[in-house]
Design a protein around this ligand. Structure first.
Ligand code: FAD
Length: 285
């Protein structure tokens, strides 16, 4: 007997339909495409691999028609032809009356695009700052709602959710907060670059949210978390994501100083100061 198993991930060919500036450093890009009817996700911190065109191309070059052989073929393309691959998070999903996905949103942090920026923009930040309706991208995303690119998985006995996210992980933290059950206690720290990047977040959880604006006298992320008492007696589950160095420091604090079982701490480096995503991939990080 053979059992049909749906492939958890597939490629989606998409076009930009709309962009919306959410703050000084965040732009929401909405995408559509016929392929999206195969897109399924339980949300939370659903991560996606996005492929962007090189300058001068009108569509990203990803040899996905090769099936499992796409990765090798993509890597062997010349540097100025191979699509730029970056990790992003599903921030929003629209369905039609039949429940099929018709649109998705991704929130991009714009870093390095301001005049005189100390670190120049990477290709994804640059692309997002100029995106307009009709621009084409390719996405490697989920075709099965519960998939391994969702990492936020609190154990059933969780009595307190602890979240720290910087601006790159704010889309994921926002979607996680939307997914929490009513009344679930949550202690949340969200770090952004500008006060104008603070967003109104929807949640039915009993969430205490602290916004930290970098450079405006806010304590560093680890200090802010270190100084905060957590409600005693509840079994915590922590999810921390953002700049790798800060994520590691916070994980160490939660596990070593707070004594949280390390199996109850999910931590993900979303970017690393001084390194591009290619450099991180080459190092296997
Ligand atoms: C699972 C996952 C989900 C993610 N989800 C999102 C998301 O939803 N939205 C989002 O904006 N990002 C998200 N990121 C982070 C994003 O992939 C990185 O910021 C990525 O480096 C951006 O690519 P780039 O081409 O702009 O810059 P790169 O070419 O990768 O880097 C160029 C330079 O910019 C620096 N840099 C990278 N990101 C930042 C930043 N945010 N601020 C300041 N300097 C930076 C790098 O250290 C490097 O020096 C996610 C990452 C992961 C792993």
């Amino acid at each position: 007997m053979t059992t049909a198993v749906a492939a958890p991930f597939r490629f989606f060919s998409l076009q930009v339909v709309r962009t919306e500036r959410l703050g000084p450093s965040v732009v929401r890009v909405s995408f559509a495409g016929d392929d999206l009817r195969f897109f399924l996700s339980d949300g939370r911190d659903q991560s996606l691999s996005l492929f962007l065109p090189q300058p001068g191309q009108d569509a990203p070059v990803v040899p996905y028609e090769l099936g499992d052989g796409w990765w090798q073929a993509w890597r062997e393309l010349p540097d100025d032809v191979r699509a730029v691959m970056r990790s992003y998070t599903l921030r929003g999903l629209r369905t039609d009356v039949h429940g099929e996905t018709v649109g998705i949103d991704i929130d991009f942090v714009l870093h390095g695009v301001e005049p005189g920026a100390a670190v120049p923009a990477g290709p994804a930040s640059r692309w997002a700052s100029q995106a307009s309706a009709g621009d084409r991208v390719v996405l490697l995303g989920p075709a099965v709602a519960d998939n391994r690119a969702i990492r936020f998985r609190p154990p059933a006995d969780t009595g307190l959710v602890v979240i720290w996210a910087d601006e790159t992980a704010l889309p994921a933290a926002s979607a996680i907060l939307e997914s929490l059950p009513a009344g679930m206690p949550a202690r949340v720290w969200l770090e952004v670059r500008h006060a104008g990047d603070i967003q109104d977040l929807a949640t039915e959880a009993d969430a205490e949210i602290t916004w930290l604006v970098r450079g405006e006298g806010a304590p560093s992320a680890p200090d802010a978390v270190r100084a905060a008492p957590l409600p005693p007696g509840e079994l915590p589950y922590a999810w921390i994501a953002g700049e790798s160095g800060r994520v590691k420091e916070l994980r160490r604090h939660l596990v070593r100083e707070r004594g949280i079982d390390k199996r109850r701490v999910t931590f993900v480096g979303y970017w690393r100061e001084g390194l591009t995503e290619e450099q991180l991939r080459e190092r296997g990080e």
